[in-house]
Unconditional design. Structure first.
Length: 265
């Protein structure tokens, strides 16, 4: 970022007082982030830029969810907050006998917000690779587990392939296609005019939509990415990133914005 950030005055205990922050996802996750921003004094601008479209093979997904509800799996792996949206849209039942592995804390938070649970979350690397690395310890070395691996159509099958390779019975199912959601003309106008102080970028798909719909982002607007991979994905679509969350969580992402605001005050 080459220009200076426009910094509204911060109130005592409200470091983001006067800030307008774009939240690019709706649903329980977006509501939770909006509430956290308000607690820090910011005005959230909730503008969902991505949503999920139906998987090409809906019968396979529906059958997998029926099997899940009937207790046909020992584990369910969830690799994104959008997968949680799909589960909620189907009112999917996760029986007590089935444990849930979330790829990261953002996904875990989405599961809890939707009324589900997360039994394991990677402690270090919040990614499919990180979950795979910690899987053996988390499951006490059990082999032959029945695992339902849900993912998006564009995600690489890192987790399902890795789990199958070490001896588990994995049913990999495409849960959704990622689709862009048109932003309102008001949101587009406000972002381009610099009336939004910060933009949260939570995935490569979001980065693509931010750049294509809202770009060019003014130099005075802080662009915050939720992790290093999202920063790389953003760079590939030409989106500038100013700060990266220390941890791949929504709270850490907001903290990165707060730290930038305090440093520039």
């Amino acid at each position: 970022m080459t220009g200076a950030i426009n910094l509204p005055a911060s109130g005592l205990g409200k470091p983001l007082s006067g800030w307008r922050v774009l939240v690019p996802r709706g649903g329980p996750w977006g509501d939770s982030v909006a509430a956290s921003l308000r607690s820090r004094g910011a005005t959230p601008v909730v503008a969902p830029l991505i949503n999920f479209g139906p998987a090409d093979d809906l019968p396979a997904l529906e059958e997998a969810l029926r099997k899940l509800a009937a207790g046909g799996f020992d584990w369910l792996t969830v690799t994104s907050a959008t997968t949680v949206d799909v589960l909620a849209s189907y009112a999917a039942v996760i029986p007590a006998s089935t444990k849930v592995a979330a790829v990261g804390e953002t996904t875990a938070a989405a599961l809890v917000a939707a009324g589900y649970r997360a039994d394991i979350v990677p402690s270090e690397d919040n990614s499919a690779k990180g979950l795979l690395e910690e899987w053996e310890a988390a499951t006490e070395g059990q082999l032959g587990l029945r695992v339902l691996a849900l993912r998006s159509a564009i995600a690489k099958p890192v987790l399902s392939v890795g789990l199958a390779r070490i001896g588990h019975h994995v049913e990999a199912v495409i849960a959704y296609r990622t689709v862009g959601v048109p932003a309102s003309p008001k949101v587009i106008e406000d972002v381009r005019a610099g009336r939004v102080n910060a933009v949260l970028v939570t995935s490569g798909s979001v980065a693509e939509q931010v750049q294509s719909q809202l770009g060019p982002i003014p130099e005075t607007t802080l662009v915050a990415a939720i992790g290093p991979q999202t920063r790389k994905d953003a760079a590939q679509v030409g989106l500038r990133v100013d700060v990266v969350a220390e941890e791949r969580t929504a709270e850490s992402l907001i903290d990165a914005v707060v730290n930038a605001a305090l440093a520039s005050a």
